[in-house]
Structure formats: structure tokens, C-alpha cells
Design a protein around this ligand. Structure first.
Ligand SMILES: Nc1nc2c(c(=O)[nH]1)N[C@H]1C(S)=C(S)[C@@H](COP(=O)(O)O)O[C@H]1N2
Ligand SMILES: [Mo]
Length: 335
């Protein structure tokens, strides 16, 4: 080895070392880089805004999830418990004047590196989606370490995009406005609007230009149990297909795009629910929701011309009938 080469290598090593130090200082790159969080705040539509440390999280009954897209056995507190518990948790705000008010809410989960994901409250509500999402503080019996003191765990997602590490903030949002009566009755069409390339109005005839799907479902409505088959289009197809909205990116390289978005479905009576876009994104929740125009091969009757169908939910609260609006919103830009 000549001196020249040796000097070059030394310089190179020094540079690599200094880049390493810079990366360590600024925490650039993926979720395994430094700047681990040691606490997060829970705020927004909760009666108890507060800060949570590892010790605070350990005060809740622990729950463990070992299945899911990210390997490991995660232990933490159920996201539902954290948001709703009236003692240690957020004690989620609900307006009793608004039917199923909690279904209009969603939580924005934020990491120290700016990663952000939406979970709909309906998604984790035990009566509706009942998803076992966790705020984990241990993996395989050890603290998360580089993923911060706490990480969101969404065990039933297809991939790990919503496993936001280094949690710094959980914010509950949604409309607190009383249900506006839009008059009710049979809505002839619904409007697609918001963060979508092709806004417009849609009738069942428009939906029939898209591939149709049929889902056999059972859901509870009060004391009744409804069983039957709904036919319509998948809302994911509707939002991404050129014959529908066509405006949600499906590029797998920018998969985090959809994680910040949610859909507000409104009925002709002003009844409103939120579905996280990641719930219906095949890469994440992959839920088989339907924008239905037929029930058991016939009309929807007094449920109107179109109805949202959420087969994964136990109760029918998110089965918004007489759809008048589907709005795609971004948690970054619309509070
Ligand atoms: N537009 C509208 N859709 C709605 C509701 C409502 O009040 N308005 N109630 C929801 C609730 S709480 C339930 S349980 C189901 C009832 O479904 P069913 O009318 O088929 O029994 O509809 C859901 N869809
Ligand atoms: Mo209901």
C-alpha cells in the first residue's frame, strides 16, 4: 500500500466517521436512528390532556400482541383504553346530543421524525372495528430502545406503515358540531370531494362502471342482527380508479401518503362517520368495505340509493345510509 492510498483511506475513514457522528446528532434516516422519545402528549378531543412516560403507560393493564406485519411480541396499553379511560387515560370527549359521536373522531399519531398516521376511533371502538391496536413500550420483553419508549402497533395491518415509532404526540380530532339535519330522505346521488383528483357527484349507475363486489355481512343494529349480502364497489377502488375519484396515489414507494388521510361519510340526515384511509388501503387495513347500491339483489329500500358497508364492524354504526357525501381529508391540512 502506498502512502498516498493510506492517506486517502485515513481521510475516507475520518469522513465516514464524521458522517456517522452527524447522523447520530441529527437523527436522519429511518426509524432506527437516534433521538428516541421519552414521553408523548395526548391532546385534542379528550377531557384529560396529559403527558405519558413509560411509567404512566405501565400503570394500565398490560396487553401483548405477537402476530402482525412487524415481527416481535409487543406489550403495551390498548389504544382504546388509553384514549377513553377516565382515570389514567384521555377520557375521550363525546357529545351525547350527537348520535355515535365517537364515530366522527380519529386520532393522529405522530413520531419524533415527523411520521404521522391516522386511526379512526370507530376502527378501535369495541362495538365497531374492535381492532387490537396498542401503544407498546416493550418488544420481546425488553424496552423498545431505538424505537423510542413507545410505538403504535397495528397488528392486523398488512404492513408496518402505521407502527409509528418514537411517539411524541397523539391528537384526537373530529367534528364536535351537533349533527346538522340535511333533511333526511332518499338521496339521489352523493358528492365526492376533498383531497381527490376527480371530485363530482355519483349515482348507482356511475358506480356500476366500476368492478362490483358483493359482501355477505352480519351486523348488529340495536337489539337486531342484520344478515345479508350487499353489492356495490369497493371504496378503495372508487377512490383510486379513473372512473371514480382516481386521485389517491397507489405508488408503493410513497405508501405513507395514505396513512395521513381519512374519509368522512355523511348521510342525508347529517349522520357522519370517519373511516381512516389506511383501513381500506389494501397495503394496510385491507378492509372489504363497500359503497353499496343493492341489498340481497334488490334495492336498499329506505336506506337510500347508496350506503357505506363496513363488514369488519360488529355494530352497524358506520353503515351510513342515504350517502350524500364522501370527503377525503388529510390530517396534515384539515384539523
Ligand atoms: N344516514 C344514517 N345512516 C345510519 C344511521 C343514521 O342515523 N343515519 N344509523 C346507523 C346505525 S347506528 C346503525 S346500527 C345502522 C342501522 O342499520 P339498519 O337501518 O339497516 O338497521 O345504520 C347506521 N346508518
Ligand atoms: Mo346503531
Amino acid at each position: 500500500m502506498t502512502n498516498h492510498t493510506h492517506r486517502f483511506r485515513t481521510t475516507l475513514l475520518a469522513r465516514i466517521a464524521s458522517i456517522g457522528i452527524l447522523l447520530a446528532l441529527y437523527g436522519c434516516g429511518g426509524s432506527d436512528d437516534p433521538s428516541p422519545s421519552t414521553q408523548f402528549t395526548l391532546s385534542g378531543q379528550v377531557n384529560r390532556s396529559s403527558t405519558f412516560t413509560r411509567t404512566d403507560l405501565q400503570a394500565f393493564p398490560p396487553t401483548t400482541q405477537s402476530q402482525g406485519p412487524v415481527p416481535g411480541s409487543f406489550t403495551g396499553v390498548s389504544l382504546w383504553t388509553l384514549l377513553t379511560d377516565a382515570n389514567g387515560g384521555g377520557d375521550l370527549t363525546t357529545n351525547p346530543q350527537v348520535k355515535n359521536d365517537s364515530l366522527r373522531k380519529y386520532v393522529v399519531v405522530m413520531g419524533s421524525d415527523g411520521t404521522q398516521a391516522v386511526v379512526a376511533v370507530g376502527e378501535i371502538h369495541p362495538n365497531f372495528g374492535n381492532q387490537p391496536d396498542l401503544v407498546a413500550y416493550d418488544v420481546n420483553g425488553q424496552p423498545l430502545d431505538n424505537d423510542g419508549f413507545a410505538q403504535l402497533v397495528v397488528p392486523r395491518d398488512q404492513s408496518g406503515g402505521r407502527y409509528v415509532a418514537n411517539l411524541v404526540r397523539l391528537e384526537v380530532r373530529g367534528s364536535t358540531a351537533p349533527q346538522v339535519s340535511l333533511g333526511g330522505g332518499i338521496a339521489p346521488q352523493f358528492t365526492l370531494s376533498g383531497d381527490i383528483k376527480h371530485s363530482g357527484t355519483f349515482t348507482p349507475a356511475d358506480l356500476q362502471k366500476l368492478p362490483t363486489v358483493t359482501q355477505n355481512v352480519t351486523f348488529r343494529a340495536g337489539q337486531n342482527t342484520v344478515t345479508g349480502s350487499f353489492t356495490g364497489v369497493s371504496p378503495w377502488t372508487f377512490l383510486t380508479d379513473a372512473n371514480g375519484g382516481g386521485g389517491i396515489t397507489t405508488n408503493p414507494q410513497v405508501q405513507n401518503d395514505s396513512l395521513r388521510k381519512y374519509v368522512v361519510a355523511t348521510g342525508s340526515d347529517g349522520y357522519q362517520v370517519v373511516v381512516a384511509l389506511s383501513e381500506i388501503d389494501p397495503q394496510f387495513g385491507n378492509q372489504p368495505d363497500v359503497i353499496a347500491f343493492a341489498f340481497n339483489g334488490g334495492s336498499l329500500g329506505q336506506d337510500g340509493l347508496t350506503r357505506l358497508v363496513v363488514p369488519g364492524d360488529t355494530f352497524g354504526g358506520r353503515y351510513v345510509s342515504n350517502l350524500v357525501s364522501l370527503e377525503v381529508l388529510d390530517s396534515d391540512t384539515s384539523p
